[in-house]
Every structure is written in C-alpha cells, then in structure tokens.
Design a protein around this ligand. Structure first.
Ligand code: PLP
Length: 414
C-alpha cells in the first residue's frame, strides 16, 4: 500500500493512480507500459513539452556547479540573468523581481507587497478586492482572495475577509465595473485578478475591454492592480501575457507554472519601482519580510533561463497560434454534439460543459475522469466542465485523439 497522500484526491473512492516513469513532448509513459496524452499540460505548467532538451541540459549543467544557496543577502548568476531576462520581455514598468516557489506563494508575496507598500507610506490599507469565481492558490492568503466553496469551507476561520465584485458575465460587465468602482472608492489596498481567463473557477473567459476598464478604475482610485498570470502567462492565451491583449500593465505581476517551461517549481512576483522604493530605507523594520529556504533556487533559475532562451530562439507564438487554430477547429465539431453547452475557446484553451449545469462535486466529474483515463488521456474536468490545455508541442494526431474522446464522452455520458 502506498503511503502517499495525494492532493485534491479522494482516496476513499479507490480510483487507480497511474504511475508515470518518463515523458517527452505531450506524452507520458506509465509503469505498465501505457502511452498517455497529457491534454492539460500536467496542471497547466508544461508549455514546450515534457523534458525539453534545452531545459534538461541547463538544469544538468547547473546541478554540477551550484545546487542551492541562501538568497537573503546573497546572489548567483542564474538569478541575476533571469531577473534581467524577465525585465527585458515583461512590461517596462515592472522593474523589480521577487522570487518564490509556486503560484500560490507568488500571490502571497503580491498581497504582502501591497499591504507593505501602504504601511511603509504611512497610510495603512488592508482591504483586498477580488473577482467572483477566482482561484489564486491553496495557501491561506491565496485561498482568502479566491472563491469560497466546499474546497475551503473547513478552513474558513483561517481566511481573511475580502470585497468581491461579480464576474463580468455577458451583459453584466457594467455591474462588475460599478461594483469595482464602489469597492475601490474607500481606500482598498489592491485588486487581484486573473486576466481574461478564470482557470480553476471553471475556465470562464471575459473580454479584454473589461480588463482594461478594471485597470483604469484601479488607477483612478489609486488602488494597486495585481495581475495573477500564473495560468494565463507564457503564451497560454495566445500572447506572452494575457494582459497584453487589453493593453494593461499591472502594478504587480504573478508568474509561475510556464516560467520554467513547467519543469521545476519557481515563481516570481514582479513589481513597479514605487513598491520597491516604499520598502527602501536604512531602517531594517521597513524591509520586505518574506522568504523561504529555496528562494531563487539556482537549478530552477537555470530552467527558467532556458525557457527564456526557447522563447527568444524558437517560434513559440507561431506554435501557440497553430495549436489555437486546431483547438478551435476541434471545438467547432464538439459544440454541435447533443448534451454540450458553453463551448468556448481562448488561445490554446478550449472548454465546454457536459450534461448542463452541475456543481464542482457533480457525479459526472469522476465518471468523466475515469472515462478519459481508460482511453489513455490525462484530462481532469472541473466538475462537468471539460477543458483541453495541452503543451504547445502536442502533435495534431494526438490532439485529434483528445477531441475524439471528448466527443465519445458526450455520446456515452452526457
Ligand atoms: N493562480 C492561478 C491563476 C492558478 O491557476 C494557480 C494554480 O492553478 C495558482 C495561482 C496557484 O499556483 P500553484 O498551484 O503553483 O501554487
């Protein structure tokens, strides 16, 4: 019997847990010899495909040189290179790069930076404004600014209160903007948002002009604007950042997942200069009080530098556009099938609902999961929302297999 306790897994259901031995591109190989198509990029992280040779080589080389070094008051070349590399390709106003280890911690850091900024200015502000249905991670602060539901009900006493504005569903955009304006009016510290796509909240898309208007409202009210691009970053929505599509430059930007091409954990929180300056002083009590043992681990930074090199040298956005087109074509067929609702595409992501509206713990979820697992596909529906978000290197025939299996699931399960 395995001693492993898996995340977001109900062990009592006795579902099989496949063991993966190796992977390349969009393919996972299991210990029992199965060839599985990874249609969700191993939880949205794998952008260029598994075990990309340049990322593997960079980590191997770094491992022989410097494995780990305290980062409080010390530095190393891979971190310096990465910070410069990010500055060169991310919006110019984001001049400072703070490292951490996961999407959740990049959000914790963003929230602490925002509150630290206002405190250091001598005008403390505490309230965080959030968008309905958001997901920002599973640590306490990240959960606090995310949607409340069955997945965090037991921990509610640990979570802090936030102001929530409604999701801008079609026809209700103005209500969102009005609510944001009201929430910002009396001195909120920051507004945190997933730009254009709410991922774990159900693959919900909203238009770029709404994001641009949300940004403008925060700017006018002097409220810090935090873009959580942990999922949307690194080409997922068709551009390097989703914010680009709205002409939005945030005050704080959270990046993780595809930062290392999805090979190893690493995150950054990038900030505008005034946030760094607010902490800058000869007074030690004003420093930014955040750290973890592995901050800016050299192996992870080397992987991220290799990712930046891939973005620099290879036609990544062309691959993204090709994948987006194939996804959209597949979706147009699936959209016509009986039982399918809400078929939608955004960049490299497609999503649809099977069997109408259902809750996160709907019975259909585990049945879909098993259906796809039996067909050697890694798909992990959010309730009855089926989505496909593959590595950019997935082959057309593997992607066709994924679309065909979803079509089959419609016929059998919907
Ligand atoms: N923010 C967003 C938008 C995410 O989608 C996720 C993870 O899915 C996170 C934060 C948390 O990232 P991690 O799982 O690396 O902690």
């Amino acid at each position: 019997m395995s001693a492993v306790w898996h995340p977001f897994t109900q062990h009592g259901l006795g579902e099989p847990i496949p063991q993966v031995t190796h992977a390349e591109g969009a393919i996972l190989h299991t210990v029992d010899g199965r060839r599985i198509v990874d249609a969700i990029s191993s939880w949205w992280v794998t952008t260029h495909g598994h075990c990309h040779p340049r990322i593997v080589a960079a980590m191997r080389e770094q491992a022989e040189r410097l494995d780990q070094i305290i980062f409080a008051g010390w530095t190393h070349q891979p971190a310096e290179d990465l910070a410069q590399g990010l500055r060169a390709i991310m919006p110019e106003a984001l001049t400072r790069v703070f490292f951490s280890d996961s999407g959740s911690t990049s959000v914790e850091v963003a929230l602490k930076m925002a509150l630290g900024y206002w405190t250091a200015r001598g005008e403390p502000r505490h309230r965080i404004v959030v968008l309905e249905h958001s997901y920002h991670g599973d640590t306490i602060g990240a959960m606090s600014v995310g949607a409340r539901g069955v997945y965090n009900q037991a921990y509610a006493p640990l979570l802090f209160d936030v102001a929530t504005v409604p999701f801008p569903s079609p026809g209700h955009e103005q209500a969102t903007l009005d609510a944001l304006e009201r929430a910002c009016a009396d001195g909120a510290a920051a507004f945190i948002v997933e730009p254009l796509v709410l991922g774990a909240g159900g693959m919900l898309f909203y238009p770029a002009h709404v994001l641009a208007q949300m940004r403008a409202i925060c700017a006018a009210a002097g409220v810090l604007f935090i873009a959580d691009e942990v999922m949307t970053g690194w080409g997922r929505t068709g551009t390097l950042l989703a914010c680009e599509q709205a002409g939005v430059v945030p005050d704080i930007l959270c990046l993780s997942k595809g930062l290392t091409g999805g090979a190893v954990p690493l995150a950054v929180t990038m900030a505008i200069e005034p946030i760094f300056e607010a902490h800058w002083s000869t007074d030690r009590a004003r420093m930014f009080f955040h750290s973890s043992s592995y901050t800016a681990n050299p192996l992870a930074c080397a992987a991220a530098n290799a990712n930046l090199a891939i973005w620099r040298d290879e036609p990544v956005l062309e691959r993204v556009a090709g994948l987006a087109a194939r996804q959209a074509a597949g979706l147009s067929t699936l959209a016509t099938l009986p039982g399918v609702t809400g078929a939608r595409a955004f960049g490299t992501i497609i999503a649809l609902e099977l069997g109408g509206n259902a809750a996160y713990l709907s019975e259909l979820g585990p049945r879909l999961l098993a259906f796809f697992r039996d067909r050697d596909l890694l798909l992990r529906p959010l309730g009855n929302t089926v989505y496909v978000m593959p590595p950019y290197s997935i082959t057309p025939s593997d992607l066709d297999r994924v679309h065909a299996a979803i079509g089959e699931a419609c016929a059998v399960l919907a």
